[in-house]
Design a protein around this ligand. Structure first.
Ligand code: NAD
Ligand code: MG
Length: 387
């Protein structure tokens, strides 16, 4: 370990964030060293990554693929485990400095909590963790002296604007939203859209779940709740502004009225690298923004009447307790069903709304309450879909 490198665990290394994080590591081998890689469905990619980056341990969440991965990595002296429990265990390994949480959805909660509990610094991509249990996660991080470095581009922007200003009160923040592929469309149009259209994001290339969330504006709703917990803000301090070019990644307004924004081309490698390298900026050859190519940067109000998810997320955040956990679980089920062509685009918001009305409200949930709420909401959402 006396190599001055940052030793990192990448949870969800086979996904969009995970593979881009490995691009960052590949370009900066003198700075980072990979200790752990984990994946779920894509065993072949996980094996390929393990052979290239030679981590200490690999975990395949899907237990049916364990033998396959183990056999493939036998000649390479890499330990292989399987199952989600194993992911939550390996993050405690002594030689890990920082854990990148890039598993998608509620599935990332247990391992994130385990990593914080073990005192590991966190580069947080898995926003659902903060949506589901933000109070619990941030309280534990505080207790353990763990920093949560945001990977989400908007939150990274806010964090970068705050560097050197952490003692200065924030008046409000503006989270920018591209508006997704259906910006400006009405409900009649949205009632007919298929997953193929929703999966085409104008500016970002991401995993399927977050791409659908971006099209439905649920992603921005989740990000509002994520921002509340990351930066300790009240609902009225968080605003969303649609900015179709995705160049201004977000804005902080301080108590003197001064505003700071962070700009750059939409490329997740930049916020990933900032979170992994913090507090240092690392030289990169990412393409640079050229003002001449963007004669106009525009801003507009979000249409929360058509895209109800954003309003539902604000509602859940204001209600507090287990409401955001319900919102998240209902949305995960709804998105899955939309990706299977079982429900329509607009129905996703109906499912979320009905779950928020149906599932029992708990004002001060414990960890077990979150687990139960997630389960119960999935059951209710499935019932709504089948009705
Ligand atoms: P993805 O679907 O591309 O990858 C998800 C990763 O998690 C994969 O490695 C997959 O194998 C693993 N995984 C999935 N289900 C699992 C389970 N049940 N147990 C263990 N592992 C599991 O997703 P992504 O787009 O990389 O997003 C990852 C997280 O980062 C999400 O929370 C997302 O909201 C957030 N995020 C992503 C982007 C982006 O540009 N992709 C931007 C901001 C935030
Ligand atoms: Mg984002």
């Amino acid at each position: 370990m006396n190599d001055n490198k940052k030793h990192i665990a990448i949870l969800g290394s086979t996904g969009s964030i995970g593979t881009q994080a490995l691009d960052v590591v590949r370009a900066n081998e003198e700075v980072f060293c990979v200790e752990v890689l984990t994946g779920n469905g894509n065993a072949d990619l996980l094996i390929k990554q393990a052979i290239e980056f030679n981590p200490n341990v690999v975990v395949i969440a899907d237990e049916t693929k364990y033998q396959y991965v183990k056999e493939a990595l036998k000649p390479h002296d890499i330990k292989v485990y399987s199952g989600s429990k194993a992911i939550a265990e390996v993050v405690e390994m002594e030689n890990i400095d920082l854990v990148l949480t890039a598993i998608v959805g509620y599935a990332g909660l247990e391992s994130t909590l385990a990593a914080i509990n073990a005192g590991k610094q966190i580069a947080l991509a898995n926003k659902e963790t903060l949506v589901v249990a933000g109070e619990l996660v941030t309280a534990l991080a505080k207790e353990k002296g763990v920093n949560l470095y945001p990977v989400d581009s908007e939150h990274s922007a806010i964090f970068q604007c705050l560097a050197g200003e952490f003692h200065n009160p924030i008046e409000k923040i503006y989270l920018t939203a591209s508006g997704g592929p259906f910006r400006g469309k009405d409900k009649t149009f949205l009632s007919t859209v298929k997953k193929e259209q929703a999966l085409k994001h104008p500016n970002w290339d991401m995993g399927a779940k977050i791409t659908i969330d971006s099209a439905s504006l649920m992603n921005k709703g989740l990000e509002v709740i994520e921002a509340k917990w990351l930066f300790g803000l009240k609902a009225e301090q968080i605003d969303v502004i649609v900015h179709p070019q995705s160049i201004v990644h977000s804005i902080v307004q301080f108590i003197d009225g001064s505003m700071k924004a962070q700009l750059g081309l939409p490329d997740m490698k930049l916020p990933i690298q900032y979170a992994l390298g913090y507090p240092d900026r690392i030289k990169s050859d990412f393409p640079r923004f050229n003002f001449i190519n963007y004669p106009q940067l525009t801003f507009e109000q979000a249409d929360t009447k058509t895209f109800r998810n954003l309003a539902l997320a604000f509602h859940a955040m204001n209600k507090g307790g287990n409401a955001p956990c319900v919102l998240n679980a209902a949305n995960e089920v709804a998105v899955e069903a939309f990706l299977l062509d079982i429900v329509g685009f607009l129905q996703m918001s109906d499912i979320v709304e009905q779950c928020l009305q149906t599932v029992e409200f708990i004002s001060k949930p414990s960890y077990t309450d979150y687990v139960e709420t997630d389960k119960e909401t999935r059951r209710v959402a499935q019932k709504i879909i089948k009705a």
